[in-house]
Design a protein around this ligand. Structure first.
Ligand SMILES: [Cu+2]
Length: 317
């Protein structure tokens, strides 16, 4: 009987075996942190704490949470101030999003749109202890590491995290933030570099290389420097805010690609390696360059990450 049921005409059988065209039909929508529901936020936060309890997937003695800053630190000079800055971090955020999902998170990666806060960043609701990510480091709970004094985050959902690494050295410590404007004062937290106008100017740039350089050196760097503490060094993924920040960077790249998707989904150029003084002209990056992931995930070519609406990624903003 079973054979009879399956005895369909050859043409029909063939059609049912061929999978539908490889496309992303229902992309997930990544949202701004403050437009997540309370349940979505709780789910995200629980998953972050879950990662901090899972064993390392890299064979380290630390947790899966620490795998991310560990790898980012190890690759620091290969993935910043080079063409692959945007694709590498797009893949990295995706890997983190997958890890959160394995830890029970039911939503998509979320972003912090700092342009919304640039009129008064230090007072932004993103720092709210309940609806945000907690605030600045607390001057009343200083901690000394290697002779330097740091301020620990003492409120919000991430205050009890104990990131394990500074560079590749095991130094468990509190989550640190040290808001500033490039001096000892908090000031405007470099907000002129990420106002809606400043970002619109970058969005208007016509080619990938200028877009990447201005986005990386402008708003991207400004936020890392302004929040400081753990968000500043090569282990900056120690602060969960890193991923909200880099999802926003990815969003801006995606919005830029959407202006002319057919061209810009293949627009990729610039130096492959950092342009150190005295070197001959460094090699130009190509779409076939492989992104190193140090076993955090499979190494794949840049070409595979250029579109957010592929089978691999399948998301939109
Ligand atoms: Cu980075």
């Amino acid at each position: 009987m079973l054979f009879r049921t399956l005895a369909v005409p050859a043409a029909v059988a063939a059609a049912s075996i061929i999978p539908p065209r490889a496309t992303c039909e229902n992309p997930t929508v990544r949202k701004e942190w403050r437009s997540l529901s309370a349940d979505e936020r709780d789910s995200y936060i629980s998953a972050v704490h879950c990662l901090a309890k899972q064993p390392s997937k890299l064979g380290l003695s630390t947790t899966q949470y620490d795998d991310f800053p560990f790898v980012h630190n190890a690759l620091n000079n290969d993935i910043h101030f080079v063409a692959s800055f945007l694709p590498w971090h797009r893949y990295y955020v995706h890997i983190y999003e997958q890890a959160l999902k394995e830890c029970g998170y039911t939503g998509a990666a979320a972003y912090w749109d700092w342009t919304l806060d640039s009129d008064d960043t230090p007072k932004s609701s993103i720092w709210d202890p309940v609806t945000g990510v907690g605030g600045n480091g607390d001057p009343n709970t200083p901690v000394t590491i290697d002779g330097y004094t740091y301020k620990c985050v003492s409120d919000g959902p991430f205050k009890d995290l104990r990131p394990a690494y500074l560079t590749d050295t095991y130094v468990p410590h509190c989550l640190r933030r040290n808001f500033n404007n490039g001096s000892d004062s908090i000031g405007d937290m470099f907000s002129p570099r990420y106002t809606p106008d400043a970002v619109a100017k970058i969005h208007a740039l016509p080619d990938y290389d200028s877009f990447r350089i201005n986005l990386e050196n402008g708003p991207h760097g400004a936020i890392h420097s302004a929040v400081a503490g753990d968000l500043m060094p090569a282990t900056s993924p120690n602060d969960p805010l890193f991923f909200l920040h880099h999802t926003q960077i990815d969003r801006l790249w995606s919005l830029w690609q959407q202006v002319d998707p057919e061209t810009r989904v293949n627009d990729f150029s610039g130096f492959r390696t950092q342009n150190k003084t005295g070197q001959p002209t460094p090699a130009q990056a190509t779409l076939d360059d492989i992104m190193p992931m140090r076993n955090l995930a499979k190494d794949i070519p840049i070409r595979d990450i250029m579109s957010t609406q592929s089978d691999l990624l399948c998301y939109t903003y």
